[in-house]
Write a protein that binds this ligand. Structure first.
Ligand SMILES: [Zn+2]
Length: 296
């Protein structure tokens, strides 16, 4: 009972049906749905879920069992460790071709190196949370060091996406979550995403291994938050076939959005700008600044 009430309080569901149409008639269409889908057989987005992250609720049955909000055959696609040249754009293209949306957990340093790619993720209407500054195992750090990793990650993603607040979601590197940092994120009103279904794509070199891994686990579990990495080459290669098989298998994508975005803390914005040499927000695409003119 307590779970059901908490669930209702934490998550409001907006079904992509007639009710949502009625709502959309009143309000301007959100950017995420503004682009017209050219693919009549697209996987698409079955419903959009808005999460109220007050108190830092946790999701993903591997660690957090309070909120079982997915129905049978529903999946949430999550991609970690980007943005990365080549791989992240390939994932974005596969998602766009299927008119579907995912939840990204970029690494702060990678966001600083490739802000132009992360801006494309946001512009495509995906949800972008954070995944620490440098992907350290927070369970091996002091509370202050772990806090710095979390806050610098939030600040870097914010700066890279044009000094905007970010989605209020966080994933711990290697899913290692020390209790004091779970509490910290709770006080910060940031929701924690673990996983229902770990693809272990980072151990795979061939795209078809990633497709098989995810589809086999989904066949067993029936639904779930799927953990993948847009950083990984095999996953970038797997994305088109995986999305096609999800569609053919009758799976439905649930898009996650946050009710209240997370603002970066100013001292950490300053820290990140200093560390990255400043000017990230106005950075030109790296390819237009630096290019290899000779390699041996
Ligand atoms: Zn990671």
């Amino acid at each position: 009972m307590r779970t059901a009430l908490a669930l209702a309080a934490a998550i409001s569901l907006s079904f992509a049906g007639t009710a949502a149409w009625a709502q959309n008639a009143q309000a301007p269409a959100p950017a995420a749905t503004a682009a017209k889908c050219e693919n009549p057989n697209a996987l698409g987005v079955a419903r959009v879920v808005e999460i109220d992250t007050t108190g830092g609720p946790g999701f993903g049955f591997e660690h957090f069992k309070a909120y079982d909000f997915l129905q049978d055959h529903e999946v949430v696609l999550t991609f970690d460790d980007g943005p990365w040249p080549g791989h992240t754009p390939a994932v974005l293209k596969a998602l766009a071709d299927q008119c579907t949306k995912a939840l990204f957990f970029p690494i702060g340093k990678h966001a600083g190196w490739h802000p132009e790619i992360l801006k494309r993720v946001v512009a495509a209407g995906h949800t972008v949370g954070s995944h620490t500054w440098s992907h350290k195992d927070l369970s091996r750090l002091t509370a202050q060091e772990a806090t710095d990793e979390i806050e610098k990650g939030i600040a870097a993603v914010s700066i890279a996406t044009g000094n905007k607040p970010i989605a209020p979601f966080f994933r711990f590197p290697a899913l290692r979550h020390p209790p004091e940092m779970v509490k910290y994120l709770g006080d910060r009103n940031v929701g924690i995403f673990s996983t229902d279904l770990d693809s272990f794509d980072f151990k795979m070199r061939k795209p078809d291994q990633v497709v098989k891994s995810v589809m086999a686990k989904l066949a067993k579990q029936g639904k779930g938050i799927v953990l993948m990495h847009d950083f990984q080459q095999a996953t970038a290669g797997a994305a088109p076939e995986l999305l096609k098989e999800l569609k053919d298998g009758g799976y439905k994508v649930v898009q996650i959005t946050g009710k209240t975005p997370t603002e970066p803390k100013k001292e950490y914005v300053d820290m990140v700008l200093k560390e990255m040499g400043g000017g990230l927000d106005e950075a030109r695409p790296m390819s237009s600044v630096i290019k290899t003119i000779q390699s041996n």
